[in-house]
Design a protein. Sequence first.
Length: 485
Amino acid sequence: MAISTDAAKAPTLSAASRWGLPAEAVANLADRLRNLWSRFSHCWHTRTRDSSENGYVYLRGLLTMETKRNFAHIARRILHPSEDGQALQQFMSDSPWPGQVVIQQVQAEITAKPAFQQGGVLLLDDTPDEKAGDHTAGAGRQRNGRLGTVDMSQVGAMLAWTNGTIWTWVDGELYLPKDWFAPEKADLRQHLGIPANRRFETKAQLGWRMIQRAKANGLPFEAIACDDFYGRDGRLRRRLDEAGLVYMADVRADTQVYVTRPDFGPQPPTYYRRRKHPSQPVTVQAVARCSTTHFQRVQVRHTERGILEDRFAARRVWTIRDGKVAEEWLVIRLEANGHHSYALSNAPADTPLSRLAWLKCIRYFVERCNQDAKSEAGWDELQAQKYLAWEHHLALTVLVTWFVAETKYDWAQTYARDPQLAQQLAVEVLPALSMANIRTLLQAVLPLPQLSPEEATYLVVKHLINRSRSTSSRLKAQRCSRDSP
């Protein structure tokens, strides 16, 4: 069958330029990473040495390797098979370069973009990572919010930032459980490099400290969203309110609120008490079921899967927040499957339901950010015990997430997509580039060195030697155990 001239000339769906991915953009991706490293290279200077090349090696390892992103494996795959990773381990675990300098510059670069001056939201969440034992800084049996269990884990309180279709980590703090400050752990704290001035702080206190830093650095954001672990902390909500910061804090279904302002003034004499009853608290779950709570269908935002649309209700309630009565919004989301979720907010009393619903759903992006960091950037592949290693790994992971976010934004501004694509594919919103997409392109233009047969053989022999030595150590320990009285 003959094909018309117009049809023959029509660009195909797979034409990369139609998707905002021209060849020159992809070809320059490696230079883009090198440019990022150049902008941040001063962060890895200490009084005695310039360790910036180690920073580049680690960044490249996180972005281009798929698994086993530990010090030794990164050094072997990025540098040379004969590398043992000792230099990289020293750079990450012992070198005194300050991770906060990297984080401050990431926040400064976000702040410098005019397009980000409006629409930004801070997202506060945990990132628990399972650990085999309790000799890693901060490790212990503690809440794993992702799994809803108590496990041996190391937990970070993380701060993410989102604006539109991009998101990135912008700060983090390692949570140290209270038992880490017991006198009997003093030697372990010193061995792992935990700062002598660290004191026990709750995750909410760590979160407040990060929010204060972001505000001091001028990071533009309009609100803060957090899950129910942080949301239930009345002191955190009070601090945010007193600082003039709008929050949308998820809370549990059994959270108690007052539907009329409670009066805790002097109680009347006994013979008058039947005439005046103080307000009684009710659970937010009960408020959702109340006949005076009215739900409305709200279209929150366009997504790749269609319009995010659910039923929402919002009503003014009163809570006891850090010992004081506070008036807040109770925002309730009713999903299509019948599931209710709840949040408290100090947004102004005239805030429209559409805005409250949008803020209630914004935490989706911290989940995406955490997933990207773990699944794509190797966040949970760190194999190091020291406090500094965690802080340095955090700084470089923040930098990786910012590299991806900035690339997505810059390409969207420079290389427009064909507006006819959505119509051709019968979708309302085209999928955004993912971190996995950016990594795939970077792996193509910055491939890992291909091993020669001799290099591969060397690695296999070295692996066998290490396994043999490990077995020998275990056998020696077993013999000593048998010989001891």
